[in-house]
Design a binder for this molecule. Structure first.
Ligand code: G6P
Length: 491
């Protein structure tokens, strides 16, 4: 990749908590930057391809000041965080307050004023960095819950810009959101954007309701009229705002997707297909391979699905000699207490089930706590019979869409939680409530025994849905909403 250190001003700027590239140390001790394979990069790839753009984000290490640098046509602007900010902004406010609060309080959120102060400071730093690289009248697209204050801060610094914000995770019902001591600040922050995008219609409506309850702004769904001089604090009991000078903010759903053609390309290479056969062999050619692929996160419902699988073995409905569950759990947020506890719980559960039902040559659950290459993941998607995506709550869940996209053979069955954004679109999956263990057991058995013709019909429909609603449609829809003049994704 061509590397320069020039950072020009550009008219297309992405801002996300993490930069989409990882530093890999080379033999001579220097860092080399390589694109990380995360979902956001893949989603934005078609939008960025071939055009000059800047990406503002944290480079993934504390206390590291890095100069801006460029690879090909993308200019990376690293934003530093101290060890304390990492603990308070990222691990604290973002991942021990907002993340659990917005995911149905599956674990109790913690509210700490120092964390909030740090979140505010770090958001300000991101806004300043974005303001420094955006061209006059340019477009800045802010991503996700770690940066909810950035849109308003950026508007304060650069009123000329068009600002978009996309929220990748759920936005909770008001009864939960209202717990947040800084709820007005968050709403005010988000309303600095011209368009606030969500995964589901329900998320957008939750935010509009929160705005109505806190600020009383007039709205005409999906448009909220925000007074241009909106300031905090605002008395929630004050009458509705009737100020004549307002700006329009669109608060709407734009369900994210993926580049199906790119997945198909990867999943149809000879090496991936050969590897998928090898995986089945290595697992002892069982009748049914169940597969779970998740970050190790309590929102993903891993223990619920393993419980269902364990009970099926215990009852003898399934036998470990002909059914295996492969659970890939990639390491995540390992310094946050609830994630450490989750890891212990899952590993205890896996150990118990394997102890009770495994064989010398074959465990009942193959559990891998590691990151895996994209190719190996594709081979796993092709090797399995039943893909189990059963989060307790999930903004979208792109694993479900990836699995479907990879199955060009129209085989395999998707078991999907109704509490994912993906469930709004993938209605040909076997839908489950992950809290209903009996219901989940029934779905596992139905999936394992589904007649081939039915499985093929369902998979073909699922694939057609993802193909039609692919990531270009997502990006185009969002960019069109922000302004008809922003760059469009290229084919
Ligand atoms: C979710 C969030 C992203 C986040 C990713 C990985 O998908 O929506 O914003 O980047 O998880 O989490 P991490 O804390 O490692 O960035």
């Amino acid at each position: 990749m061509a590397r320069t250190t020039r950072t020009p001003r550009v008219d297309f700027v992405i801002v996300s908590n993490r930069l989409p590239i990882d530093a890999k140390p080379t033999a001579d001790g220097e860092d080399q930057w390589v694109t990380s394979p995360g979902g956001l990069v893949a989603a934005l790839q078609p939008v960025m391809a071939g055009r000059e753009a800047a990406w503002v984000g944290w480079p993934g290490r504390a206390d590291t000041e890095l100069a801006p640098f460029s690879l090909d046509k993308t200019h990376y602007v690293p934003v530093s965080m101290s060890e304390q900010e990492l603990a308070e902004h990222y691990e604290g406010m973002s991942n021990a307050t907002i993340w659990p609060l917005y995911h149905d309080v599956i674990v109790p959120p913690e509210f700490h004023r120092e964390w909030w102060d740090s979140y505010t400071r770090v958001n300000q730093r991101f806004a300043e960095a974005a303001a420094s690289v955006a061209e006059q009248d340019g477009f800045v697209w802010v991503q996700d819950y770690q940066l909810q204050l950035v849109p308003q801060m950026l508007r304060g610094l650069r009123p000329d810009l068009r600002i978009g914000y996309f929220h990748h995770i759920p936005f909770p019902p008001y009864e939960l959101f209202a717990q947040l001591p800084w709820r007005q600040e968050i709403l005010h922050g988000l309303l600095g954007a011209d368009v606030v995008g969500f995964q589901r219609v329900a998320d957008a409506s939750n935010m509009r309701q929160a705005v109505r309850r806190n600020f009383g702004y007039s709205m005409n769904k999906p448009i909220v009229r925000v007074p241009v001089d909106a300031r905090l604090p605002r008395d929630p009991h004050a009458p509705p705002v009737t100020a004549s000078k307002t700006r329009e903010v669109r608060v709407d759903a734009f369900p994210i997707s993926l580049d199906q053609a790119a997945i198909v390309e990867m999943a149809t290479t000879d090496s991936v297909i050969a590897r998928s056969r090898e995986i089945r062999e290595e697992l002892g050619n069982p009748n049914t391979i169940f597969l779970g692929v998740d970050r190790l996160d309590y929102t993903k419902g891993i223990s619920h699905r393993l419980k269902a699988f364990g009970e099926l073995l215990e009852e003898g409905t399934l036998q470990a000699s002909d059914a295996v569950f492969v659970q890939l759990a990639s390491p995540s947020r390992e310094r946050v207490e609830s994630y450490r506890e989750l890891r212990d719980d899952i590993e205890l559960q896996v150990g118990r089930i394997n102890g009770d039902f495994g064989h010398l040559d074959r465990p009942a659950i193959v559990y891998l706590h590691q990151n895996m290459s994209r190719e190996e993941m594709m081979a796993l998607y092709l090797a399995c019979d039943v893909m189990v995506v059963t989060p307790l709550r999930d903004g979208m869940n792109l694993v479900a869409k990836e699995f479907v996209s990879a199955r060009t053979d129209n085989k395999g069955v998707l078991v999907l939680s109704e509490f994912t954004g993906a469930a709004d679109e993938l209605d040909q999956a076997l839908m489950v409530n992950p809290h209903d263990i009996d219901g989940m057991k029934e779905a596992f058995v139905a999936a394992a025994h589904m007649p081939v013709a039915e499985a093929t019909r369902r998979m073909a429909e699922l694939r057609a849905t993802v193909e039609e609603h692919d990531v270009r449609r997502w990006a185009t829809g969002f960019l069109d909403a922000v302004t008809p003049h922003t760059p469009k994704p290229r084919r």
